[in-house]
Ligand binder design. Structure first.
Ligand code: 5GP
Length: 107
């Protein structure tokens, strides 16, 4: 797959407000937030879309969900939503797998 803007964020060649980073993932604030908290959780592995995820990637997918749980707890979100857009018709603009974490705090 070809590189996207998220590859540059992963390499820290362009700035992003990073909320979490570990061996497998990075999470950063969306540049155009659609909720009071809007993070993007991405794998460091280059996978274009959720449709390209393979059986061998399942530990990574589980890990992304754990990161979402931890971030929601750390940011004291009262309610939150995970969105994954798949393909152009599904609203995907950046072809590096990413999980939108949209969150609402207690106020
Ligand atoms: P998609 O439509 O592919 O599911 O979501 C891509 C998301 O990436 C959008 O919500 C968009 O605002 C965000 N985005 C695009 N470019 C950048 C960028 O350079 N930095 C950050 N932090 N977010 C970006």
């Amino acid at each position: 797959m070809s590189e996207t803007i998220f590859s540059k964020i992963l390499r820290k060649e362009i700035p992003a407000k990073i909320a979490h980073e570990d061996e497998w993932t990075m999470a950063f604030h969306d540049i155009n937030p659609q909720a009071p908290v809007h993070l993007l959780i991405i794998p460091k592995k280059q996978i274009s879309t959720l449709a390209d995820v393979q059986e061998e990637d399942m530990p990574l997918i589980i890990h992304i969900h754990k990161v979402a749980q931890k971030l929601a707890e750390a940011m004291e979100l009262e309610g939150w939503r995970i969105v994954v857009n798949v393909g152009e018709k599904g609203g995907q603009e950046v072809f590096h797998l990413h999980y939108h974490l949209l969150g609402w705090t207690k106020e």
